[in-house]
Design a protein around this ligand. Structure first.
Ligand code: 5GP
Ligand code: MN
Length: 344
């Protein structure tokens, strides 16, 4: 076992009070890595609590342990979460590496005396953890959690419930094994998860085939009425207003995946989705293999993420945000579409 991992293994060698959290609006990798890890740590005898900074889509609520997740944005659960955080001896931060991704929980974690562990695969991590398992080569945080459990010598503790949580994160973060992050290691890990009992077609069904009629109609509306294509800029985007979301009784998760329809257009290099939320404009960026949108998101929209899938936010109005975005792409298209090779 590596030296750093041995130190960490020592930290969790006796039963501890453990607090696990992940980024706001958790996706399958965020929730799957949190619950997969939680179920494992419970088996090891720890007292474990999983907290999300916000709610998450209902298509994730099949994961083992889902019923005990606490939501810090829920007024009735705030005190309970604060108490759990105060009591915590070990805090795991999963699938994010900058503390502003967990809203107000971030500063509470920074101020905590607990041993903080960060497991993540995003670029440019902030230095807030006592121990970090971090690799941008990993397709998903779930892949890193799987490898950590194996490295700790506990593969035999991975049961069907844990395997399914971890599989879900890898499946979605690789875009259903289509993105360039779908490495040989991804397939090897997934093969093991199948062997350990993950029912892959059931998981795909739970995640991809659980649309409401409203959501499907919303997607149809967005594609026919809210898609803007700027072929001259190799750009396509959706701008969705609060009113649009209300009209289709939008639920958390209903806009997920919409941006991919814009990227699926031939010749499009950058796709975006702007959705007007209570606290400002939430932005999703996607790009073709050669174009890096995470740097663009970080430079102009207070965001970040992966090379081909990033996000950000804007405090301007929807129209102003979209105008700014178009002009930024126009201005920076040369460096975006023809980046200078990095000298090694
Ligand atoms: P999505 O578009 O699916 O919400 O996010 C795509 C990727 O960008 C995810 O890896 C997510 O973690 C990252 N991301 C989304 N929003 C933000 C943000 O506001 N800040 C940072 N640093 N990353 C983000
Ligand atoms: Mn992830």
């Amino acid at each position: 076992m590596k030296e750093a991992l041995a130190l960490f293994a020592k930290e969790i060698s006796s039963p501890k009070k453990i607090f696990i959290t992940t980024h706001v609006k958790p996706d399958a990798d965020a929730l799957g890595s949190s619950l997969g890890l939680a179920n494992y740590l419970i088996k090891k005898g720890h007292d474990v609590c999983v907290v999300t900074p916000s709610d998450y889509p209902s298509f994730l609520n099949w994961m083992e342990g889902n019923e005990s997740v606490l939501d810090f944005s829920h007024p009735d659960q705030v005190d309970q979460v604060k108490k759990k955080l105060e009591e915590a001896e070990v805090i795991f931060c999963l699938d994010f590496s900058v503390l502003n991704r967990v809203n107000e929980l971030g500063e509470l974690i920074r101020a905590s005396d607990a041993f903080v562990v960060n497991i993540d695969h995003h670029q440019d991590p902030e230095d807030f953890a006592d121990f970090r398992i971090w690799s941008t080569k990993a397709a998903a945080t779930c892949e890193l959690v799987y490898e950590m459990i194996v490295d700790l010598g506990d593969k035999d503790l991975i049961d069907k419930g844990i395997a399914e949580c971890l599989y879900a994160g890898i499946m979605t973060d690789t875009g259903g094994f289509r993105h360039p992050n779908t490495t040989k290691n991804v397939h090897l890990v997934v093969a093991e998860l199948l062997e350990l009992g993950a029912d892959t077609s059931q998981i795909a069904n739970w995640i991809y085939d659980s649309n409401s009629v409203n959501r499907l109609k919303f997607i149809g509306f967005a594609i026919s009425r809210r898609l803007v294509v700027r072929e001259d800029l190799h750009l396509a985007y959706f701008a969705i207003s609060k009113k649009d979301l209300k009209k289709y009784q939008s639920q958390t998760g209903d806009t997920e995946g919409l941006v991919n329809y814009a990227l699926s257009l031939e010749g499009i290099k950058v796709a975006a989705l702007f959705s007007e939320r209570e606290d400002g404009i939430k932005i999703s960026f996607r790009s073709c293999t050669d174009v890096a949108v995470n740097k663009f998101a970080a430079a102009y929209f207070n965001g970040g993420g992966h090379k081909n899938a990033a996000g950000g936010k804007s405090e301007l109005g929807l129209k102003e945000t979209v105008q700014l975005f178009e002009s930024l792409i126009e201005e920076h298209q040369e460096e975006l579409y023809h980046p200078k090779p990095v000298s090694v």
